[in-house]
Ligand binder design. Structure first.
Ligand SMILES: C[S@@+](CC[C@H](N)C(=O)[O-])C[C@H]1O[C@@H](n2cnc3c(N)ncnc32)[C@H](O)[C@@H]1O
Length: 287
């Protein structure tokens, strides 16, 4: 074969190349730097990131580290962890990295196949084993299982083959109200999955939950469903369980009310954690 012809011709439509000129062009088009570089630090981890999976944010990193420090699981009393809306897998992977080996077995669920693929890749990058099922997980290591699933589906728990109850449920769900979503900069809207951002679903209602129109407009749809799954559907331990929900600016009181309405007397204590910029960012409920 002629050596000169063995080279593939370059076309304008080929996959993005990583030379400096292309990278600058992509940045000038508004693409976030993390997608161009393909990585984002998250605590001591360096996670792979790829369009359209949400780039992990510093406020999420901050509360995940705080959560890891506030619980002290041990191999004698390992925690069963469920992360709903897992994206890159950042939250459970950081917990698994920070806790002692054998003290946590995490599952992360997401509706996006891109996210689940990336979460599995990130587990490998971070050295966290991915067992085929909870039955085959090594007891001496922290493990992570990424699962494709739609938490709005009426039979979500069975479809995703979850094995409740969990000791710890974490979630950073989509929470941006539509009115705010419409005003987001193109560098976010054009690159990150709408399903990762918009606190709404195509379904008019969420299964088993009363959803006032006002809460829909405030981007609180996912909190209704998560609280219902955790309490009425028994995903969270009824005693000694912890539910940790990241919330948007101004949503902490609404989410606290949703938890109180769903859990009733089962909830022992609810705390609000601030983010480093002074915003009420996380609702932590203990049963
Ligand atoms: C705000 S992102 C959070 C991602 C990651 N946990 C983080 O903190 O960077 C929300 C995630 O929820 C997922 N999601 C949206 N609707 C969902 C659904 N119905 N069921 C499961 N996951 C869903 C999106 O694909 C997205 O990855």
């Amino acid at each position: 074969m002629d050596a000169t012809n063995s080279k593939q011709p370059t076309t304008r439509h080929s996959a993005p190349r990583n030379n400096l000129e292309d990278m600058v062009a992509r940045r000038l088009s508004g693409e976030p730097l993390q997608y161009i570089l393909g990585s984002q630090p998250f605590g001591p981890l360096n996670l792979a990131v790829r369009r359209p999976v949400l780039i992990p944010r510093p406020e999420t990193e901050d509360w995940t580290v705080r959560l890891a420090e506030s619980l002290s699981p041990s191999p004698a009393r390992p925690l069963k962890v469920l992360d709903l809306c897992t994206g890159t897998g950042c939250i459970p992977l950081l917990l698994c990295h920070l806790w002692r080996p054998g003290s946590a077995h995490a599952t992360g669920v997401d509706i996006s196949t891109d996210a689940i693929k990336l979460a599995a890749e990130n587990a490998t990058l971070c050295g966290i084993p991915v067992p085929a099922s909870p039955a085959t997980q090594a007891q001496t290591e922290n493990t992570f299982i990424p699962v494709l699933g739609d938490l709005m589906h009426p039979t979500f728990i069975q479809n995703a083959r979850l094995q409740p109850p969990y000791d710890l449920i974490t979630s950073n769900p989509p929470y941006i109200p539509r009115a705010e979503y419409n005003k987001l900069p193109a560098s976010v809207k054009d690159f990150e999955d709408v399903r990762a951002l918009l606190g709404e679903t195509p379904r008019r209602n969420v299964p088993d939950a009363e959803l006032p129109d006002t809460d829909r407009a405030k981007g609180l749809v996912f909190y209704h469903r998560i609280a219902s799954l955790a309490s009425r559907h028994g995903l969270l331990q009824r005693s000694g369980g912890t539910l940790v929900l990241e919330v948007g600016d101004g949503q902490a009181d609404g989410v606290t009310r949703i938890i109180e309405n769903n859990f009733g007397a089962l909830v022992d204590k609810i705390d609000i954690w601030m983010d480093p910029w002074g915003k009420r960012r996380v609702v932590v409920a203990r049963t």
